[in-house]
Design a protein around this ligand. Structure first.
Ligand code: RP5
Length: 166
């Protein structure tokens, strides 16, 4: 899924290696749908030049969606959105004393003009960002849309199997 021989459709970015575990469900969701993607650790404040260079090249290589996870002041998603018109999905990473509330507010409070779609704090948000990427890509890929419908049906069936609690 991350081989350089294939064209990645989704780029998963995160500000630190310490974000990898939280962001894993995004990778899992994309892998489940067979979506080619790549993962990069690049920081808006620690490696701004490398980040800008990467974002500038990603669209040319075929990337259609960015998922960006960050903790603390969490400006990574906003900075990525500032450098591309492709959709950017922000995932607040729980960390430190504020447990992700800081990152949530930083990402969701983007000033008007440069939008970032904001997801739930932590692994649920990462998983949903992966699924939302699938939904974006499915808009122009009927086979993928069918896969997404089937996935939702399996999820519903699984819940209904255990709906009656003795
Ligand atoms: C942010 O600061 C990262 O996204 C990470 O969530 C947080 C802490 O980073 P480390 O100090 O663990 O590298 O930039």
């Amino acid at each position: 899924m991350t081989s350089s021989a294939v064209t990645p459709l989704v780029s998963i970015l995160m500000g630190s290696k310490s974000d990898l575990d939280t962001m894993q469900p995004a990778r899992d969701a994309l892998a489940e749908f067979g979506i080619e993607h790549e993962v990069r650790v690049l920081s808006a404040h620690r490696t701004p030049d490398a980040l800008f260079e990467y974002v500038a090249g990603a669209a040319t290589r075929g990337v259609e969606v960015f998922i960006a996870g960050a903790g603390g002041a969490a400006h990574l998603p906003g900075v990525v959105a500032a450098k591309t018109t492709l959709p950017v999905l922000g995932v607040p990473i729980p960390s430190g004393h504020l447990l992700g509330l800081d990152a949530l507010l930083a990402i969701v409070q983007m000033p008007k003009g440069i939008p970032v779609a904001t997801f739930a704090v932590g692994k649920a948000g990462a998983g949903n960002a992966g699924l939302f990427s699938v939904a974006i890509l499915a808009a122009k890929r009927p086979e993928l849309a069918q896969k997404l419908i089937a996935w939702r049906k399996r999820q519903a069936d699984e819940l209904l199997k255990n709906a009656v609690v003795a």
